[in-house]
Design a protein around this ligand. Structure first.
Ligand code: NAD
Length: 266
């Protein structure tokens, strides 16, 4: 009897690159894709120890990569192709926050945020697409944000970076449909248990109240009395990189419990 409690391997023989996969949503994504049979290569600024039990168990290759640096990104993609034999999936997840008003943003702040959140995705697409073309197709998922759908007053540069990532997603989805390369984005609302979220909460005057405010802002999070989990975002990415979504490109799926729909009921 097959063990129906185990996830079915829908990504067998697929090779995936996940940037920023050392923690948070990227980690959950790398693990979920590997659990579904993909050979996963993680590129992160601050990689996990490659001998970590989970990486060994799931065959995840952990590599150091700064997505702002073209040579690093090219090396990450080429390593996946040479060791995995091909490239089928790219998840552009690496990102940083930037909670500052525009008048306080330095040129270095701007570059750090735009280069990590936007240029990193451009560089990875640039180097991944030729390999995907050669293979006859592929799936790219960009990690945008609720902030890419509805800009926010407290982090304008972050919102700009994610809005541009949504535009990149639609543009490349259009350009590479004929190559059978699908390009989609996910736009999460507040996701708990990630380094970025914990840093935001550490900065808050009252952590507990801030968590409550995040939960209140999303109708489904409020109903569930919890924040969105990294695994819930990873599940949407799994759909977008699997054959279940072969006719889906250029979309931006909001995984925000309805936060971006409008003013929630009181
Ligand atoms: P996280 O800090 O746990 O993960 C981000 C990862 O990216 C880290 O492992 C970090 O080392 C890596 N990284 C940062 N700069 C890098 C660089 N230059 N090169 C390579 N790797 C780099 O945070 P997270 O919340 O899991 O964020 C992941 C993505 O999700 C980001 O793009 C973020 O903007 C997006 N996002 C997060 C939330 C949220 O509420 N947590 C909501 C919407 C979107």
């Amino acid at each position: 009897m097959p063990d129906t409690t185990q996830p079915q391997p829908t990504l067998t023989n697929r090779v995936a690159v996940v940037t920023g996969g050392a923690s948070g949503i990227g980690r959950a994504t790398a693990i979920l894709l590997a659990e579904h049979g993909a050979r996963v290569f993680v590129g992160d600024f601050d990689p996990v120890d490659s001998t970590a039990t989970e990486s060994t168990r799931l065959g995840i290759t952990e590599l150091k990569c700064d997505v702002r640096v073209e040579a690093d990104v090219e090396k990450l993609i080429n390593t996946a192709v040479s060791e995995g034999g091909q490239l089928d999936i790219l998840v552009n997840n690496a990102g940083i926050g930037m909670v500052k008003q525009i008048t306080d943003v330095t040129e270095a702040d701007w570059d750090a945020c735009i280069d990590t959140n936007l240029k990193g995705a451009f560089l990875a697409c640039k180097h991944a697409i030729p390999h995907m073309k050669q293979r006859g197709g592929g799936a790219i998922v960009n990690m945008a944000s609720n902030a890419g759908l509805l800009p926010r007053a407290h982090d304008p540069v972050y919102s700009i970076s994610k809005g541009a990532l949504v535009a990149l997603t639609k543009s490349l989805g259009l350009c590479h449909g004929p190559d059978r390369i699908r390009v989609n984005a996910v736009c999460p609302g507040p996701v708990g248990d990630t380094r970025m979220m914990n840093a935001d909460l550490d900065r808050a005057d009252d952590r507990e109240t801030t968590v409550k405010q995040f939960i209140q802002a999303s109708p489904l999070a409020r109903a569930a009395e919890r924040m969105i989990s990294p695994r819930e975002v990873a599940e949407a990415i799994l759909y977008l990189v699997s054959d279940a979504s072969l006719m889906v490109t250029g979309t931006c799926i909001a995984i925000d419990g309805g936060k971006s729909l409008g003013v929630p009921p009181t």
